[in-house]
Design a protein around this ligand. Structure first.
Ligand SMILES: C[S@@+](CC[C@H](N)C(=O)[O-])C[C@H]1O[C@@H](n2cnc3c(N)ncnc32)[C@H](O)[C@@H]1O
Length: 250
């Protein structure tokens, strides 16, 4: 049931490259993104949780191990879900191949928390997605997500740092076409990948119109410690790679 747009994660070569990237010691998911999302999630004891675009369950298993009573991990990629079932299984986790676009018609239960890590930039229609998520939350339930930052998704060209010609020092990041929302075909991990660029106002207005109350917005910058440990992260000061939001069903 992989949706055509995100079927790239079911391509063998792309999948292997992605797993190698995640296994690398200096991967930004583990260094930057996942710790922030996990901290925002807070106490999950006895909560019912859905993880949208759960991949192979990196966050899903952390939530289950922290005492959630039930975690539903959904992802459009069969290969991701298979790996999750093999490597990140837990008696309180159910993994299911399901695109985020189909949650309204396929899921008939409610959640105390819905989480999504670096998956929703593959979804075109945020108004529908956020309304669907709102409807699947209990009152006061949280929706916490990370996505590629709009400054990161803006360019219609291969992602590119601005560099000083004399010595290649990185002095910025190219954000052409920021105001032109929609499909981006980018080259990543040796393949062409389709994702969607949404502007900051589109993202927040879609949340507000769905009924969400904003609780926290984070555009992570590398800490001094991280820049010392992994020097290339200093470039992240030129633009955030991620946008991380905690919102609540009001
Ligand atoms: C960068 S990975 C992140 C995986 C996981 N959330 C994590 O942080 O480890 C993006 C995931 O989003 C999934 N994905 C892409 N488009 C999707 C869609 N329309 N519905 C559900 N999952 C989708 C991909 O299959 C992939 O597993």
């Amino acid at each position: 049931m992989s949706s055509e747009k995100s079927a790239i994660y079911d391509d063998d070569a792309f999948f292997n490259n992605y797993i190698n990237l995640r296994n690398a010691e200096s991967n930004y998911n583990d260094l930057i993104e996942q710790p922030i999302v996990f901290e925002l999630i807070g106490n999950v004891k006895d909560k019912a949780v859905m993880d949208i675009g759960c991949g192979y369950g990196a966050m899903t298993i952390k939530i289950a191990n922290s005492g959630a009573k039930y975690v539903l991990g959904i992802d459009s990629s069969k290969k991701m879900i298979q790996k999750g079932m093999l490597e990140n299984s837990h008696e309180n986790i159910t993994y299911k191949v399901l695109p985020a676009e189909q949650i309204a018609s396929s899921i008939h239960e409610k959640f105390d928390l819905i989480v999504s890590c670096l998956a929703i930039h593959y979804v075109e229609d945020f108004q529908k997605l956020f309304s669907d998520i709102y409807n699947l939350l209990e009152q006061n339930g949280n929706f916490i997500f990370s996505m590629e930052h709009p400054m990161y998704t803006a360019s219609k060209f291969p992602q590119q740092w601005v560099t000083e010609p004399s010595d290649n020092t990185v002095t910025g990041f190219v954000t052409d076409h920021y105001g032109d929302e929609g499909l981006r075909n980018i080259s990543w991990l040796g393949k062409q990948v389709k994702k969607y660029h949404h502007k900051i106002d589109t993202i927040f207005n879609a949340l507000i119109e769905a009924g969400f109350i904003l609780e926290k917005v984070i555009e992570p910058s590398p800490s001094a410690d991280l820049m010392k440990k992994v020097p290339k992260t200093i470039h992240e000061l030129h633009r955030p790679a991620y946008l991380i939001v905690k919102s609540r069903k009001g």
